[in-house]
Design a protein around this ligand. Structure first.
Ligand code: GDP
Ligand code: MG
Length: 178
């Protein structure tokens, strides 16, 4: 068996959009109701995609707003990003745009695999403020992947983190680095 491929991914987004809930649902398979919102935590999980084994390290950040500066630790040695907003919060969608432009400034042109996630779809029938269509359009302008999800839905969470691993491989291949 070849060595597992190591991938380090940072989860970014406005506070309360469900960054920790998505990560914990993926890693532990449960919906955590009240997780400390200020905590920055690193989670590890190994998974198979097809025939390949990956060791995924997830940095669950405390969240960003329009004034946040992205620290070096979110840039150096990071393979990709899961950028989360809530479909119930237009503000969080606007913040996602701000975070993306700051990321681009810091990383320059080139490799930036991203999955944009519109979370909390289970609340969308009552409280939707961002259309799926608008999330998809935004991701398209970035050349990023897009999906909607709910942290209560284990399969959706699994798809997010499988997708970012696939995006990292896709983007690296398209730049001919590997
Ligand atoms: P973070 O600050 O982005 O890490 O957000 P959290 O994961 O701490 O979630 C903030 C709040 O939203 C908590 O009360 C969560 O239980 C709740 N939450 C997170 N994701 C979802 C979701 O998909 N659906 C619903 N209904 N609530 C969610
Ligand atoms: Mg959190």
């Amino acid at each position: 068996m070849p060595m597992p491929k190591f991938r380090k991914v940072v989860i970014l987004g406005y506070r309360s959009v469900g960054k920790s809930s998505l990560a914990l649902q993926f890693v532990k398979g449960q919906f955590a109701e009240d997780y400390d919102p200020t905590i920055e935590n690193t989670l590890n999980k190994s998974l198979m995609i097809g025939e390949e084994e990956f060791q995924l390290q997830l940095v669950d950040t405390a969240g960003q707003d329009e004034y946040s500066l992205l620290p070096h630790s979110f840039i150096l040695g990071i393979h990709g990003y899961v950028l989360v907003y809530s479909v119930t919060s237009l503000k969080s969608f606007l913040i996602a745009k701000v975070i993306h432009s700051k990321l681009q400034d810091r990383r320059g042109k080139g490799l930036m695999p991203i999955v944009l996630v519109g979370n909390k779809t289970d609340l969308a029938s009552q409280n939707r403020e961002v259309k799926a269509e608008d999330g998809k359009k935004l991701a398209d302008t970035w050349g990023a992947a897009f999906m909607e999800a709910s942290a209560k839905d284990g399969e959706k969470c699994h798809n997010i983190f499988t997708k970012i691993i696939e995006e990292i491989d896709r983007v690296e291949r398209s730049f001919g680095d590997e």
